[in-house]
Ligand binder design. Structure first.
Ligand code: ZN
Length: 377
């Protein structure tokens, strides 16, 4: 009898927890009259059942808050969370607990997850359609980039698939927003649609099996390249040719990996005006994201806000000679991550704008011969 009574007391307690989980009005649970042992047992079972259901519901809410995905955008230089067509200012909705500094927000993924779970309770700061977004990582200390990381792109370039990731850097001055203008200084500027990884938790010697824990988010990027400058030194040095101011559009926002249906498989598309130029899937990456993070972190400490441009699919403009022209609108999309729309503007000539380096001329001749032989087949 004593055991049954304590069981019922426990059930009442669990029931109360369950009730509290469901209800916003935390009224006390009224005592229930029982007339027999059977009724007491039945009541106990019911309380227990409701209690477990309530506890599970509460647990699922806590887990949802802890692991909810989020989208972080740069609106007027302030860190903002995006939900459908609206945005929410992080400093405002956190009551000043979190700052509006985007670089600091990149170190607070778990706080943003929790905040994201309660977005519906707040009033949005405005509509995305009414604002221009800036780069979601405005001041990265390092921008790594990977060459020849899609098989078909390596083949179209007539280059061997590298045995280890082919890493170069883009200088952080090149970073611009999802709608920023691309300022071109020769007639040989090319597009490269890319998936960009943003590091959250810093790390060194990161093994591939824990690499995703260091990823704050993913976004769309363009690795814009002035091909003559890229190939003007011998051997070619990619960094300067790909680092002109505005040559690194990223955005439209950062999406946390847990907000994606499949972070390993997303369609990537590049259009110039309405013409489709590149189309592939990120599942075709030769070196996947965990491999790239592991490889890079063996050599350098990866820091919060570091970017990794993961490489471009086939269809770049240089081989057929379809370079970007003044007034073109470059549209880059990745399924689940959003779209960049960058207008191309031809502003002036750099000092080598008219010089076609031998290395580039040879590579293009080989690639065009290969492409026309393939077409004849
Ligand atoms: Zn690239």
């Amino acid at each position: 009898m004593e055991a049954i009574a304590s069981g019922v007391l426990l059930s009442l307690h669990i029931h109360d927890l369950g009730y509290r989980a469901f209800s916003r009005n935390r009224r006390a649970v009224s005592p229930v009259p029982v007339n027999s042992i059977e009724e007491l047992l039945f009541a106990g079972q019911m309380f227990l059942f409701q209690g477990i259901a309530g506890a599970l519901y509460k647990l699922s809410m806590i887990l949802k808050e802890l692991f909810m995905g989020f989208r972080l955008a740069n609106i007027d230089g302030r860190a903002s969370l995006v939900l459908k067509e609206h945005y929410y200012d992080i400093e405002t909705i956190s009551g000043g607990e979190l700052t509006s500094d985007l670089m600091l927000a990149l170190g607070a993924a778990s706080n943003l997850s929790s905040l994201s779970g309660s977005l519906q309770e707040h009033k949005p700061a405005g509509k995305l359609a009414d604002v221009q977004l800036g780069p979601p990582v405005p001041r990265p200390s390092n921008c790594y980039a990977i060459g020849l990381n899609y098989r078909k792109h390596a083949e179209e370039s007539t280059l061997e698939i590298p045995p280890v990731p082919m890493v170069f850097t883009k200088h952080s001055n090149c970073i611009t927003g999802p709608e920023g203008e691309i300022e071109m200084r020769s007639d040989f500027v090319d597009y490269e649609a890319e998936l960009v990884v943003v590091i959250g938790e810093p790390g060194k010697d990161i093994s591939p099996d824990v690499a995703w824990k260091h990823v704050f988010g993913l976004c769309v990027g363009q690795d814009i390249s002035d091909r003559p400058v890229q190939f003007s030194a011998g051997p070619p040095q990619f960094n300067l040719g790909k680092s002109f101011d505005t040559f690194g559009p990223i955005g439209p926002w950062l999406t946390s990996p847990d907000a994606l249906k499949d972070r390993n498989s997303m369609e990537i598309i590049c259009k110039v005006n309405d013409e489709l130029r590149q189309k592939d899937n990120t599942s075709d990456l030769i070196f996947d994201i965990p491999t790239l993070i592991s490889y890079l972190s063996e050599i350098v400490t990866l820091d919060t806000g570091d970017l990794i441009f993961t490489g471009t699919p086939d269809g770049v403009g240089a081989i057929p000679g379809n370079y970007l022209c003044d007034g073109d609108v470059l549209i880059t999309s990745i399924d689940g991550l959003g779209t960049l729309r960058n207008k191309c503007v031809r502003i002036s000539d750099h000092s080598r704008a008219e010089v076609m380096p031998d290395a580039l001329a040879k590579l293009l001749t080989a690639a065009r011969t290969k492409a026309s032989a393939k077409e004849e087949k």
